[in-house]
Design a protein around this ligand. Sequence first.
Ligand code: AKB
Length: 312
Amino acid sequence: MTKLITGATGQIGSELLPALADLYGADNIIAVGHRRKPDASLQAAHYYSLDIRDKAALQDIVVKHRVDGIFHLAALLSAVAEAHPQNAWNINMNGLLNVLETAKQYQCSVFFPSSIGAFGPQTPKDNTPQDTIQRPNTIYGISKVSGELLCDYYRQRYGVDARGLRFPGLISYKTPPGGGTTDYAVEIFAAALEDGHYQCFLTADTRLDMMYMPDAIAAIIKLMQAEPGRLLHANAFNVTAMSFTPAELAAEINKHIPEFTISYQIDPVRQGIADSWPAHIDDSAARQEWGWRPQYDLPTMVGDMLAHLRGK
Ligand code: AKB
């Protein structure tokens, strides 16, 4: 079994890579990145610098290494996508199309990360159902809901085993996210430790779903290993682990760093994006169909983040 990861040096990729290397052996993992080269700790036996829009180059790698599974993580996040809508559409959609075409041609499974961004202002904000209205008003959200539909299409029309999750904001200490709306929930930790203060770009009461990275990695692996017969949805599963506001996160950090303070200077673009997203999604389909169960809640995540960042 050989697995290829696109976006391998990004926030999710840099932690999924060693997890897959443990599972399948480092020699059976192909890391594909664009901007950064993975460091030695990422255990990439095979690394290729590749623009995901280059289908021929992707297919050469898949054929050369007899890849049978593609974890397609390369994409622009919500805030950077809003700044460059054409690029976002081009990279997010044409990248996924190339991956699905390659999977169809060479019989690979596909993992595709969707997002809470695939919902929109008309979606119910609380206990957002698995199957509900999706009319996002951001280019990121439009690319994510289109990606979900494209995965469904390749599954139904060509039998491609395309599976996916709708991730909330992901919190991690190894690799920073790049250009997301939920990035505040990562930036706040380094700021708390280094400066004792964080200036947040969302309002104190903006409630969004979040997840700690170890749970996100476990979810990807568990979904991809799930018995296909158990999956009624297969693709675009709601998953969450906690839901909090910047004020609540700051209060939790205060339990460890009493002198830490937070202030608010709102970025209208990111606030507009956040306001269009749900506050708390219902992930019961993932729990029922493939046994999703997160390990970390707000207090355990904050304790673990601070311990790692302090080098404990
Ligand atoms: C972003 O903020 O863009 C991402 C996401 C929730 O999809 N973290």
